[in-house]
Ligand binder design. Structure first.
Ligand SMILES: [Cu+2]
Length: 169
C-alpha cells in the first residue's frame, strides 16, 4: 500500500471541496415547460411527450412545469402505472411545478378520462450532477482544473495567516 503524506491528503481534500463548490456554482437548475407551447394536454399523437423529452437532458435539481387549461392533472406514477395508465390519486394544480430530486426514471400521467391512453403521459430519465469520486491517481489534474478556485482560497488563507497580520499596527 502506498504511503499518503499529510500534505498530499490535505491537498486532495481541498481539491474535493473545491470540486464540490464548482458543482454548486456552475450547474444551474433548468425549468422545462412540459410540451413547450402545447403545454400539458391530450396531444395530437401518442408519442408527442416522448419526442419532447428525447431532446432534453434532465438533471437532478431541474424543474418540470406542467401548464394546462381545462380538465387535466398530473400524477407521478410507477412504470407499471405509466404503462397501464392506472388511475392513481395524485393531483397537481396548473401550473404545477415538480422539482426533480432524484436521478433515474420518472413517470407522469394525466388521470382524467382516457387522456393517458391518448398520449398525455411523460417518462423521463434524470441524470445525477454528482461527479464520480475522484481517485488519488488523478487528483493532480483535478487540482489544476479547479485552480481558479483554489488560488483565491490559498491567497485568502495566506492573507489571514501572514500578510494581514503584518499590515495591522
Ligand atoms: Cu388530461
Amino acid at each position: 500500500m502506498k504511503m499518503v503524506t499529510r500534505a498530499n491528503l490535505t491537498a486532495w481534500l481541498i481539491a474535493m471541496i473545491a470540486a464540490g463548490f464548482i458543482e454548486v456554482d456552475t450547474v444551474a437548475a433548468a425549468t422545462y415547460m412540459v410540451g413547450d407551447g402545447l403545454g400539458w394536454t391530450v396531444p395530437s399523437n401518442v408519442s408527442y411527450y416522448q419526442s419532447w423529452a428525447a431532446s432534453k437532458t434532465f438533471m437532478v435539481g431541474d424543474k418540470l412545469s406542467f401548464n394546462w387549461t381545462g380538465t387535466h392533472n398530473v400524477a407521478e406514477v410507477s412504470k407499471a402505472e405509466y404503462d397501464n395508465c392506472t388511475k392513481v390519486v395524485s393531483i397537481l394544480g396548473s401550473p404545477g411545478d415538480i422539482q426533480l430530486l432524484k436521478g433515474g426514471s420518472h413517470y407522469y400521467i394525466c388521470t382524467v378520462d382516457s387522456h393517458c391512453q391518448l398520449g398525455q403521459k411523460l417518462s423521463i430519465t434524470v441524470g445525477s450532477s454528482t461527479a464520480a469520486p475522484t481517485s488519488p491517481s488523478n487528483s493532480a489534474s483535478s487540482t489544476a482544473f479547479h485552480s481558479s478556485v483554489l488560488v483565491p482560497a490559498f491567497i485568502t488563507i495566506a492573507c489571514l495567516n501572514l500578510l494581514c497580520h503584518n499590515t495591522r499596527h
